[in-house]
Design a protein around this ligand. Structure first.
Ligand code: SAH
Length: 257
């Protein structure tokens, strides 16, 4: 990559980080859904080790911490998100047991068989669902759990427009039964799965972006990269409104035996 390209890439990366830093969540979800997924996980105690992988600024991590005992490490590639994560932990009075660390989900900074629970909302797609499930398994203790949310098809067939959009964005999107089979074949008991309700997208993810987008466009008026980025975000939200019967996020909870 030549210098010109890498500087454009860095600029995009900074812009995207700045945009997502302005909102509490960087993916669809809600406190209710985090608590519901947690309800399928037992045996957590004050010494339990939990990792929230691709934690972003920690919206869901703080809910997790408020509703379960244990020591939680949030891991994310982007330093700006981890700074906000640690400020959040401080603000909620959780910093004695909730810490954000910069790191990659491709090489987890944990001991093998050390985690009671791996949590990851809207982030495992960065590795791909199956690769993430397989590569993270050795880090979980026997009897420990994994809980991840992942884009999934609700039907066997769907309109071409939304099919093409997702197959381009994330070719591993698949139906729920196929994802459950992948969970089982990766070495977990499929304990539970459930579809995230629409409010996780509309109220908790897209609604806060409306103001963030206005502020962002005002700040970067005339900047074509910023304008194209926002246009893309808006298109994605429109597609969701049009095709939400056909896809969404699903929480998959598995147990290692
Ligand atoms: N869990 C958060 C954020 C989801 S967005 C929420 O639900 O709101 C996906 C997150 O994965 C982003 O914060 C992004 O920075 C992070 N990410 C992307 N690639 C990563 C990698 N290789 N290692 C760790 N984190 C990564």
């Amino acid at each position: 990559m030549n210098e010109e390209h890498s500087s454009i890439h860095d600029f995009n990366f900074d812009l995207i980080c700045e945009y997502y830093s302005a909102i509490d969540r960087q993916g669809p979800g809600s406190p209710e859904v985090t608590i519901k997924a947690l309800s399928f996980i037992d045996n957590l105690h004050s010494e339990s080790r939990i990792a929230d992988i691709g934690c972003g600024t920690g919206g869901q991590t703080m809910v997790l911490a408020q509703n379960s005992p244990g020591i939680i490490t949030g891991l994310d590639l982007f330093p700006a998100f981890i700074d906000l994560f640690n400020q959040n932990a401080q603000k909620f009075g959780l910093s004695h047991r909730v810490k954000g660390e910069i790191g990659s989900m491709e090489s987890l900074p944990f001991e093998k068989e050390s985690l009671d629970l791996i949590w990851s909302e809207g982030a495992i797609y960065n590795l791909g669902f199956e690769r993430g499930l397989r590569e993270w398994l050795p880090f979980i203790k026997t009897g420990g759990f994994i809980a991840v949310s992942e884009a999934s098809w609700f039907t066997n067939e769907r309109p071409a427009e939304i099919n093409d959009f997702w197959v381009d964005a994330y070719p591993q999107i698949d139906t729920i039964p196929n994802k459950v089979r992948q969970l089982q074949e990766s070495g977990y008991i499929p304990v539970a799965n459930f579809i995230l309700p629409e409010n996780c997208w509309l109220d908790h993810y897209y609604a806060p972006q409306v103001k963030a987008q206005e502020d962002f466009l005002r700040k970067y008026k005339g900047n074509q990269t910023a304008e194209a980025f926002i246009e893309n975000e808006r298109r994605e939200a429109q597609l969701y409104r049009r095709y939400k019967d056909f896809y969404g996020y699903v929480f998959y909870i598995g147990k290692k035996i």
